[in-house]
Write a protein that binds this ligand. Structure first.
Ligand SMILES: CSC[C@H]1O[C@H](OP(=O)(O)O)[C@H](O)[C@@H]1O
Length: 346
């Protein structure tokens, strides 16, 4: 498969939103184009695009489509249209705080304007700025995390926190990329990450494309791999991090963290400041529950009896006591996290 070097997960191109259809990977690299915010909302809902920073930027681009296509002639009527679009986009996936962050940042840019046309331009410009900043942020984060990974080490990661979860370069995989760019020879163990298989379909795809040594394991082999001494460090992404250091990430992350603690393996989380939510407590966070079909079959083949009951949360929460450090573009927060996270925000 021929993959362009400057590949972006999501882009604004000639007044349209262009994104990789991640449901088609790893078999096909297909780009889809959207002209309405409703289409972008469906893409986020159906995991055409996924990953906290990626959906934050996609949400902002969705608002840019709403602004560009609205026929509203006044500030108030255009703002009403933008709020309608914001509500639909925000309602697509509840756990990753980046979606709310991206939408609110685009709306804040609109609120500063005094006429409809400048509002349209402001929303587009702000969403483009977020997309550009995301890549820069990931590279700064990668550099900050690369110092934690030693030459010759093997790093386990869970789900996909790579270029495909961001505009480009990635968060956890950004740390992997930066470590390689620092001249260190490292290997990766990637979990398959049932039920949607972001690890086998996306992380393995990205790392093989980059020529990084990656071994794929079933989620059930996390404990075995650690017990066999195959894992030196763990680095994962995040969808929401509270001021207490509680990390919401792909289902199964908590189990990986608990196993790492059992085996004395450092467990790191890599996330931009836009993933932090200092205003919420655990009681405020909604864990997305996804459809049963993701668990009872793969593609068109059924792997469970028809009608079986299913529990399919898309995320879980890892408590701060299982986390060795949180890698950000501003530096690495170390325990105790209440103080070190507050320091990240100055
Ligand atoms: C860099 S954030 C990636 C984060 O998002 C993934 O969830 P999903 O694929 O359902 O959007 C997973 O939690 C990753 O760690």
């Amino acid at each position: 498969m021929d993959i362009p070097q400057d590949l972006k997960t999501v882009e604004w191109r000639d007044g349209r939103v262009v994104m990789i259809d991640q449901t088609r990977l790893p078999g096909e690299l297909v780009f889809v184009e959207y002209e309405t915010y409703g289409q972008v909302a469906d893409a986020i809902r159906n995991l055409v695009i996924r990953g906290a920073p990626a959906i934050g930027v996609a949400g902002a681009f969705g608002l840019a489509l709403a602004a560009s296509r609205s026929t509203a002639g006044t500030v108030d009527s255009l703002m009403a249209d933008l709020c309608t679009a914001r509500d639909e986009l925000l309602g697509t996936r509840p756990t990753a705080v980046n979606l709310k962050w991206g939408l609110e940042r685009a709306l804040a840019a609109a609120e500063k304007c005094t006429d409809a046309d400048s509002m349209r331009r402001a929303v587009v410009d702000e969403s483009l700025a977020m997309a550009e900043e995301d890549v820069k942020t990931n590279k700064e984060m990668g550099k900050n995390g690369s110092g934690l990974i030693g030459d010759g080490e093997t790093v386990m990661t869970h789900c996909n926190a790579g270029a495909l979860a961001t505009v480009s370069y990635g968060t956890a995989l950004g740390v992997i990329r930066a470590t390689r760019e620092a001249g260190k020879n490292i290997r990766v163990i990637a979990t398959e990450t049932r039920p949607v298989q972001q690890g086998s379909r996306l992380t393995a795809f990205e790392l093989m494309h980059d020529g990084i040594d990656v071994r794929l394991i079933p989620d059930t082999a996390v404990g075995y791999s650690m017990a066999q001494g195959l894992v030196d460090k763990v680095v994962v992404g995040a969808d929401r991090i509270l001021g207490t250091g509680h990390v919401y990430n792909k289902i199964g992350t908590y189990q990986v963290a608990a196993m790492a603690a059992r085996h004395g393996i450092p467990f790191y989380v890599a996330a931009p400041l836009s993933t932090f939510d200092l205003d919420s407590g655990p009681e405020d966070v909604v864990i997305e529950q996804r459809k049963a079909a993701e668990v009872t079959g793969i593609g068109d083949s059924m792997t469970a009896p028809d009608g079986v009951g299913v529990i399919n949360p898309a995320f879980d929460v890892t408590p701060p006591e299982l986390i060795s450090g949180i890698i950000t573009e501003k530096g690495v927060a170390a325990p105790p996290f209440k103080e070190s996270i507050r320091a990240l925000f100055g």
